[in-house]
Design a protein around this ligand. Structure first.
Ligand code: NCD
Length: 311
């Protein structure tokens, strides 16, 4: 196992802040937690986690809070920027300095790209990026990689399809960047022209010699995929409601499309799902998005225990 103490005190702003070995150590810890509920229990007693959510969240915030509470620690924070001094005009730098004075680590979600990096610069304690605008979401990536590793037994030698809003979907940007560090990963990016993957991510993939293709058709891509990563069209990041309405239901994964996929394919989704996966798909054993959400709590437990240096 890699040296966990290397993660102690570290911030996680973007997927490459941790090495592949450090992530692997978190996955091993997560699997231990899954097998043994008592593992790491109480290991964060006396520690405080600040959860600062300037944007809506269900899974990320609740799974961080559940993770910290299961570790025996405590949480403080806000789930709505309207209840923080941001509405009075306080700068992010000042809010972060306050939270860092009270807590041992900060988890923050903010609509501005780059906000997590700024928070890290001003914080006296580790900062975990829970989503900075349409940029990155590295703890969702830990969740996604753990799900792939846990259910397919490896992260490598796989064809991964990303479908939906690849322009604004921060979970896609982070996962593509992270997967680029693994062996023999082919990526297929399926989106309408208006929602293609940002150029800076494509540049990273090209530099790493990652095999990738951009397509518009989901059906035709289905038979090739080992992993299908579905995403929601990110309404809140559109400039124009008409464009959102035109594009929102462009891909709907249903049983017919699932019948074109491999028997061992898995379907991931960071959630929330809107219309892009029909409810009928939920009962297909290849639909693993609810399991994925649970793995998210385990990997956040491993992350917090490691960052806070109790393990
Ligand atoms: C994602 C996010 O916030 O980027 N949700 C999550 O954290 N699980 C995906 C989304 O909102 O579509």
């Amino acid at each position: 196992m890699a040296n966990i103490s290397k993660i102690k005190g570290k911030s996680l702003v973007e997927p490459e802040d941790f090495s592949v070995e450090e992530m692997e150590s978190l996955f091993l810890m997560s699997e231990k937690i899954e097998k043994n509920e008592k593992y790491l229990r109480e290991s964060c007693r006396g520690k405080l986690l600040a959860t600062l959510f300037f944007e809506p969240s269900t899974r990320t915030r609740l799974s961080f809070e559940a993770a910290m509470l299961r570790l025996g620690g405590s949480c403080l924070g806000f789930a709505d920027s309207g209840s923080s001094s941001a509405v009075k005009g306080e700068s992010l730098a000042d809010t972060i300095r306050m939270a860092a004075s009270y807590a041992d680590a900060i988890v923050m979600r903010n609509p501005k790209e780059g906000s997590a990096l700024l928070a890290k610069r001003y914080s006296y304690v580790p900062v975990i990026n829970a989503g900075d605008g349409g940029h990155h979401h590295p703890t969702q990536t830990l969740t996604d990689l753990l799900t792939i590793r846990r259910l397919l037994g490896k992260i490598g030698n796989l064809t991964v399809g990303f479908c939906g809003d690849l322009k604004f979907g921060r979970t896609v940007h982070s996962l593509a960047k992270a997967l680029a560090r693994y062996e023999k990963i082919k990526m297929i990016f399926i989106s309408p022209k208006e929602l293609v993957l940002p150029e800076y991510i494509k540049t990273i993939l090209k530099k790493r010699n990652v095999l990738f293709e951009e397509r518009e058709n989901l059906e035709k891509s289905m038979p090739e995929l080992d992993v299908l990563y579905m995403t929601r069209v990110q309404r809140e990041r559109f400039f124009n409601e008409d464009d959102y309405i035109r594009l929102k239901d462009i891909y709907v994964l249903n049983s017919d499309k699932m019948s074109l996929g491999k028997e061992k394919m898995i379907v991931l989704h960071p959630l929330p799902r809107v219309n892009e996966i029909a409810v009928e798909v939920d009962s297909d054993p290849r639909a693993v998005y609810f399991k994925q959400a649970k793995y998210g709590m385990y990997v956040r437990m491993a992350l917090l225990a490691s960052i806070l240096g109790v393990k």
